[in-house]
Design a binder for this molecule. Structure first.
Ligand SMILES: [Zn+2]
Length: 644
């Protein structure tokens, strides 16, 4: 069998494109969730106390970081979901449960100032890791409204508190539109007022603007002009809403600061340095959310995997969290550039700090290399690496984001404040990594049952282990389909189906039929024809094979070395996505390849794709991206046996 390695192209050909995809993976999750929404079931935790009568308790003799400063030893009394008293010689209510705080540190619940929420479970995950509030920078409006309704009705006790920008402001075809989800865009300043009005109507807490022409990664795309951005900022401010801008380059940042942006959603992406930058940001009284965790991952350094082996964290990581932390932006930046970028970022943080610019801790989870909740602990570590003191880093994750985003009574420990609290072992003011040694988390005065969650994680892991032991499907010589019969059949599994972005409102389409001409002189193949619609990254049309007994049920294919098939068709880019139970609806295992109007045999090694293949739920082959009509014929698709 010929191995067409040279035809196997990486998913994205350059890291520069990857930069443009900062939140694409989120949307891939979203897109593929929708693809099979009836079976999209994350383990929904019941690990949270829902009782309404709030306990009275006191944490005695504990070191307190109150959001701004350290109190070496104090007692904190909590009643009715709020902090009642903080002090050294305060009398304890007789009915209060007493928690011994010696050797421990009490922190305000942590706040992640840059996330993208794709499901309510994301907020449960955050809470488990002591992140009691998050600032979302672009999410689905219906989901945002649903969560906010739960919050308003007091039914969100098991979730981190959410505030969100809702839909971001961008140009038609600009960054933010590539997700297969239709969002309103703007073309000029005259639309700014109605845009802001609409966002406020939907419940956006602030306005997020994209200013990114793609030049930072040599991938031109439309962006809003400065006149429109100016109008948006003006209108948002008139309506008392803050504005956070995703500005890609140093120059973009300087431009939007001049126009009155309140904050920057990331430090800029390009390898530029201006010794005055810190002073300029400070002069404009803006805050910055560096998001070092995602930028690190973006430049191909993935130290987030150290989180996986931390015994304080790993027992709370579900399979999808692990997958997200392990996944990478397909960056191919040369080592010296990586190192330079990382040093540049350190310098940028240094100048911002020196100029007293408020720095907020944010992760941009769940982008590749990040996961909800857990990654904030990594961000804290990175902020300290970049020169912040542990106290400054803790402020960046508590009182500062609370103040900048109007999270009233959160991020602070003082009488009257919401009892969002994290109790940790040791002293994170000396060693920032102590934030990971979580003893207890309280949201609005109620304890989070981390033990129960931990048990659920263990059960999930056990289930996945069971899948590894599941017998492989019975099939002769690895054949899935040769398409020689009268019907589109497969020798095992739940068969073939069309898959296109139409499930998310896209316009791509495909159909399939058997035709009496096949590869290597055979008598039949599967012909798929259709059209990929333009207008975004997430466009696909092709066929999906389900190897399990039912659609998206897992099949153990781990005894096979890989997948081979013959394909010919319109000369263009094609994709192979392998879906697994553990990665959910994220097409975590993927390869792009080129084919043309001449039969070629392709082989994809599971091992080379990083796939263990014990829980494969779907195999997609089809046209991906690049708009236009296409056809292809698929034949003789097989699993290759491992050499004995
Ligand atoms: Zn983001």
């Amino acid at each position: 069998m010929r191995i067409d390695k040279d035809r196997i192209k990486p998913f994205f050909s350059t890291n520069l494109i990857a930069i443009n995809l900062i939140i694409n993976s989120v949307l891939l999750v979203l897109v593929f969730c929708l693809l099979s929404s009836p079976v999209f079931v994350l383990p929904v935790s019941s690990a949270f106390s829902q009782e309404k009568n709030l306990p009275i308790f006191a944490i005695k003799d504990v070191r307190v970081f109150d959001g701004e400063k350290v109190i070496p030893q104090a007692t904190v009394i909590i009643a009715s979901g709020r902090i009642k008293a903080v002090g050294q010689n305060i009398s304890l209510p007789t009915e209060a449960e007493i928690i011994d705080g010696r050797g421990k540190t009490l922190l305000p619940g942590l706040i992640d100032a840059h996330v993208h929420i794709v499901a309510p479970q994301a907020l449960e995950k955050a809470l488990i890791f002591g992140v009691t509030a998050v600032v979302d920078m672009f999410m689905d409006v219906n989901l945002m409204r649903d969560i906010k309704k739960r919050q308003a009705e007091g039914r969100a006790q098991n979730m981190a508190y959410l505030i969100s920008a809702g839909i971001l402001a961008t140009a038609p075809g600009g960054h933010g539109t590539q997700y297969g989800v239709k969002i309103p865009t703007l073309i000029g300043p005259e639309e700014a007022a109605s845009f802001v009005e609409a966002r406020i109507g939907e419940g956006s807490d602030f306005i997020k603007i994209i200013y990114d022409s793609g030049e930072a990664y040599f991938q031109p795309r439309p962006t809003l002009d400065l006149a429109t951005i100016a109008a948006l900022i003006q209108e948002a401010h008139r309506r008392h809403k803050k504005v956070v801008v995703h500005a890609a380059t140093l120059q973009n940042c300087l431009d939007v600061l001049k126009l009155g942006a309140d904050g920057l959603a990331h430090i800029y992406f390009n390898d530029a340095f201006d010794p005055d930058f810190g002073r300029v940001v400070a002069a404009h009284k803006a805050f910055v959310i560096p998001t070092l965790a995602v930028l690190e991952s973006l430049s191909g350094i993935n130290e987030a995997t150290t989180l996986l082996v931390d015994p304080n964290l790993s027992p709370y990581l579900m399979a999808d969290d692990i997958r997200s932390l392990q996944s990478r932006f397909p960056a191919t930046i040369p080592l010296e550039v990586k190192q330079r970028l990382s040093e540049t970022r350190k310098k940028i943080i240094g100048q911002l700090r020196e100029s007293k610019v408020p720095l907020l801790a944010g992760t941009d989870a769940p982008n590749p290399g990040t996961a909800y909740g857990v990654s904030l602990h990594h961000e804290l570590e990175l902020l300290v690496w970049a020169g912040l003191s542990p106290l400054e880093a803790l402020k960046a994750a508590t009182s500062l984001p609370a103040e900048k985003f109007g999270l009233k009574d959160r991020g602070i420990i003082r009488p009257g404040a919401m009892a969002d609290l994290v109790l940790v072992d040791g002293n994170p003011l000396e060693d920032i990594k102590a934030t990971r040694k979580i003893v207890s988390v309280w949201k609005e005065g109620q304890p989070v049952d981390r033990r129960k969650y931990r048990q659920e994680v263990a059960r999930e892991k056990e289930k996945l282990e069971q899948l590894k032991k599941a017998p492989p499907p019975v099939l002769s010589s690895g054949l899935i389909s040769d398409f020689e019969g009268e019907k589109i059949t497969a020798s095992f599994g739940a068969g073939w189906a069309i898959s296109s972005d139409s499930v998310v409102g896209g316009k791509s389409k495909a159909s399939m039929e058997l035709i009496k001409e096949g590869a290597a002189g055979s008598q039949g193949s599967l012909r798929v024809s259709g059209e990929v619609a333009g207008g975004g990254y997430i466009a696909w049309a092709g066929v999906m094979f389900f190897p399990g007994e039912t659609i998206m049920a897992p099949a153990n294919l781990s005894s096979y070395e890989g997948l081979s098939f013959w394909l010919k068709g319109t000369e263009r880019q094609y994709a192979l996505f392998i879906f697994t139970q553990h990665a959910g609806f994220m097409p975590a295992y993927r390869r792009m390849f080129k084919a043309w109007e001449e039969w070629q045999e392709f082989f994809f090694s599971f091992k080379e794709m990083g796939l263990e293949a014990h829980d494969v739920t779907g195999i997609f082959i089809g046209a991906f991206q690049d708009a236009g009509p296409f056809w292809f014929q698929l034949d003789n698709i097989r699993l290759k046996e491992k050499a004995k």
